[in-house]
Design a protein around this ligand. Structure first.
Ligand SMILES: Cc1cc2nc3c(=O)[nH]c(=O)nc-3n(C[C@H](O)[C@H](O)[C@H](O)COP(=O)(O)OP(=O)(O)OC[C@H]3O[C@@H](n4cnc5c(N)ncnc54)[C@H](O)[C@@H]3O)c2cc1C
Length: 379
């Protein structure tokens, strides 16, 4: 197979990875993304479901996003002009679903850190919640379509081992047997997964960053998707944050506008409840969730016809690294390998916005890092 010069390999085709790729492309660098799944989007995930030949959809990861920084606001404004995103609803912090930080200190919820230049946690202000038209993963698909054919995403490529070749460039071996080489790597997988990859590769991080990264932990979340045989009685906006000890968020994909023909609800369970029921069989989880919510969604007038369960082990970071990315450069701080950059929603600030900003920062850092180009080899 023909060889091509490759500057940067990115692990992960979620918001951070694709944002980084676009930043690198803007600087004229060559980039490829390795994604272990069969689709792109990561935790901006949309699933197709059907019932008796009627097709529906549900976002089962991130439900919406807000804009607090000028950079992400500009991106979202452009995406709105393109027709990729649109406002969903506006309200204060009390309406935040599982994807958002809780304003109450010590409550169950996601990371408390705010990205530099963004609104601090708990600030009582109203934010517009945006949704991606056609589902969250569609936004990432639109972004990927902006990449040149020479900067592709490779699906079904789980990075399994990183090797530093003579300290000059990286070789990445995937589960599939494919091998890629590049002068720099950006890791956007959740931090524990990135650390596991390095451990498997026998690559030791310098003590200080290793300690910082090991402190980053994530909440887990069980997402239950429920197909109903009629309209739900959720409010017109299509979401509810119920008063419940199990469930933190219910969304109606039909009212959200992404599943016109079929009513599909996405229900997120609270982190502590998710942890306790992590290994329960799916039918038990669905039964418990349905019992908890059916009065609120119109059970009695509508019936549950089918369901799916997805377990998010790394739903949202509890703590974030203070900077928008962590770049290890050869010869600095005892790092003897080629440039390695950590990015994602655990860097500088959580959520979709944090992931976008982290990707931009990582793309910039990789673009300005020292590093000769290397061959990308498909074997
Ligand atoms: C249930 C839930 C609800 C949420 N709600 C909201 C919300 O309402 N609003 C909001 O702003 N945010 C929300 N979030 C958070 C938001 O989804 C994330 O912050 C954001 O999508 C993270 O993007 P990322 O690129 O950093 O990581 P990810 O999206 O996780 O991307 C990482 C990618 O790396 C891939 N990968 C991992 N390991 C490997 C490997 N070894 N080789 C190749 N590929 C690999 C993964 O498959 C994945 O595609 C929610 C998240 C969840 C799970």
């Amino acid at each position: 197979m023909a060889k091509q010069q490759l500057d940067v390999l990115i692990i992960g085709a979620g918001m951070a990875g694709v944002s980084a790729a676009l930043k690198l492309q803007e600087q004229g660098l060559s980039v490829q993304i390795l994604e272990k799944s069969k689709g792109i989007g990561g935790r901006m995930a949309t699933r197709r479901l059907d019932s008796m030949g009627i097709e529906g959809k549900a976002d089962h990861g991130a439900q919406f996003f807000t804009t607090r920084s000028p950079e992400f606001s500009a991106f979202v404004k452009e995406a709105e002009t393109q027709g990729w995103v649109k406002p969903w609803f506006s309200s204060g912090p009390e309406a935040r679903p599982s994807g958002e930080r809780r304003p109450e200190p010590g409550s169950e919820g996601a990371a408390a850190g705010a990205a530099p230049g963004t609104t601090p946690a708990g600030a009582q202000e109203v934010h517009t919640r945006y949704l991606a038209v056609d589902g969250m993963s569609a936004l990432i698909k639109h972004m990927v379509a902006e990449l040149k054919p020479t900067n592709p995403v490779h699906l079904h490529q789980k990075a399994n081992r990183l090797t530093s070749v003579s300290g000059k460039h990286w070789r990445v071996t995937c589960d599939s047997g494919m091998v890629y080489e590049a002068s720099r790597i950006i890791l956007t997988s959740p931090v524990p997964q990135s650390l596991e990859l390095l451990q498997k590769s026998a690559i030791t991080l310098p003590t200080t960053p290793a300690g910082e990264l090991e402190k980053i932990t994530y909440e887990c979340c069980i997402a239950v998707m429920l197909v109903l045989d009629g309209h739900s009685k959720l409010p017109e906006e299509g979401y509810l944050r119920p008063d419940s000890k199990k469930v933190t968020w219910i969304a109606d994909s039909q009212k959200k506008g992404i599943s016109p023909a079929l009513t599909v609800l996405t229900v997120h369970t609270l982190p502590k409840w998710s942890q306790r029921h992590w290994t329960s069989p799916d039918h038990d989880t669905v039964q418990q969730v349905w019992t908890d919510i059916q009065d609120k969604v119109g059970g009695g007038q509508v019936n549950l016809v089918s369901s799916q369960v997805h377990r998010w082990q790394y739903s949202q970071p509890r703590e974030t690294f203070p900077e928008r990315c962590l770049a290890l450069q050869p010869g600095e701080g005892g790092w003897t390998h080629p440039t390695l950059i950590f990015a994602g929603d655990a860097f500088g600030g959580p959520r979709v916005e944090g992931a976008y900003l982290s990707g931009q920062a990582a793309g910039l850092a990789a673009g300005t890092a020292n590093g000769s180009t290397a061959d990308s080899v498909a074997t």
